[in-house]
Design a protein around this ligand. Structure first.
Ligand code: UDP
Length: 330
């Protein structure tokens, strides 16, 4: 029997590269696509020697062509950190909207099943806590996060429309904060920001008073959830994340303990529309997929810290500002 063929977009990114590894391990033929705007070929270079792996440098916001059969598509191409949305807002909007349209068209043409990566950002600054899939969210369309949040909300809408009107087999995952090896040390997100600061001997920058919460999921748990959702028959959105919630202030303390540094924390202004709380309700994923996270934060953080520490030291200093002020157009 011939191998199943899967197209993974955003393949050179943090999540995309882990998905490539997983589907290669499951004996799929993996077609990896990325325009390398935020991805890095280093994340997948170990796969280039495999005959079941191929890479296409392409921006899915332009028409996507793939020859031969396709069984599955995973659409994971998108900038995904708040700093990235500020730096490349139009690309962020285009990949979530035009990119998704192209991939849905491809799925229809090839009779392939498509799973699109949505996000807890569709809930905005949520008034329902923890967030269930039924909650419609509280999003500012014209704020700095609007370019990501609204693109992802449009993505969900067009994905459901292709399901309803064209009978395309679709799956929608809402991903909550995820971390692990291959995150970009300079992407501005809180975990790489804190670990990078600890490695460089700088103070850790807490935005606001640090009372805002997040719930961090280790990447292997997320990948398992994606694998199960893809193989389920459920087409409405499903939350995948780790419900273990923590304030950003306590998180900074955990990083200081983990890195055994004596850094202080310093406070900076809270970026506009920064959600005050976030925690996934994963009742649905538990019931539908028999899935729940297995990796504790202490274990996951240890692995991730070892990864960042093992990078060449010059990478620690390839620093971009995590300073929002710098990118906000006045
Ligand atoms: N944050 C922080 N210091 C940093 C970077 C981020 O205190 O150097 C905060 C940020 O304001 C937010 C939380 O950490 O409240 C998580 O931010 P991140 O950018 O990782 O992702 P988000 O969950 O906001 O999309």
């Amino acid at each position: 029997m011939s191998r199943k063929r899967i197209l993974i977009t955003g393949a050179a990114g943090f999540l995309g590269s882990h998905l490539c590894d997983r589907f290669i391990a499951e004996d799929f033929e993996v077609l990896a696509m990325d325009n390398l705007i935020t991805g890095d070929l280093k994340n997948i270079e170990h796969l280039f020697k495999l005959s079941q792996f191929s890479f296409y440098e392409h921006d899915v916001s332009d028409f996507v062509h793939v020859s031969g059969k396709l069984d599955y598509i995973l659409h994971f191409a998108s900038p995904a950190s708040p700093i990235d949305y500020l730096k490349i807002p139009i690309q962020t909007l285009k990949v979530g909207s035009l990119g998704t349209h192209h991939l849905l068209g491809l799925a229809k043409d090839k009779n392939a099943r498509i799973l699109v990566a949505s996000t807890s950002e569709v809930y905005g600054d949520p008034h329902v806590h923890p967030q269930t899939e039924e909650y419609w969210g509280n999003v500012n369309p014209v704020g700095p996060r609007g370019v990501y949040d609204e693109a992802k909300r449009f993505q969900e809408a067009i994905t459901m429309a292709y399901h309803t009107y064209h009978n395309v087999e679709t799956r929608i995952i809402r991903i909550f904060n995820t971390y692990g090896p291959r995150m970009r040390l300079n992407d501005g997100r809180v975990l790489p920001a804190f670990i990078g600061q600890a490695l460089r001997g700088e103070d850790l920058t807490i935005f606001g008073d640090g009372s805002q919460t997040r719930s961090f999921c280790y990447v292997d748990d997320l990948v398992e959830g994606i694998f199960r959702l893809l193989h389920s028959d459920y087409s409405s959105p499903v939350n995948i994340g780790n419900p273990d919630e923590i304030t950003i202030k306590d998180f900074a303390e955990e990083i200081i303990k983990l890195t055994r540094t004596n850094q202080k924390v310093i406070y900076k202004p809270l970026p506009k529309d920064d959600p005050t709380q976030r925690q996934p309700d994963i009742t649905l994923a538990r019931k539908l997929l028999g899935w729940e996270p297995k990796v504790s934060r202490s274990k996951g953080l240890k692995i991730t810290y070892e990864y960042f520490k093992s990078l060449p030291q010059e990478n620690w200093y390839k620093k971009e500002h995590n300073d929002f002020e710098r990118y906000i157009k006045k």
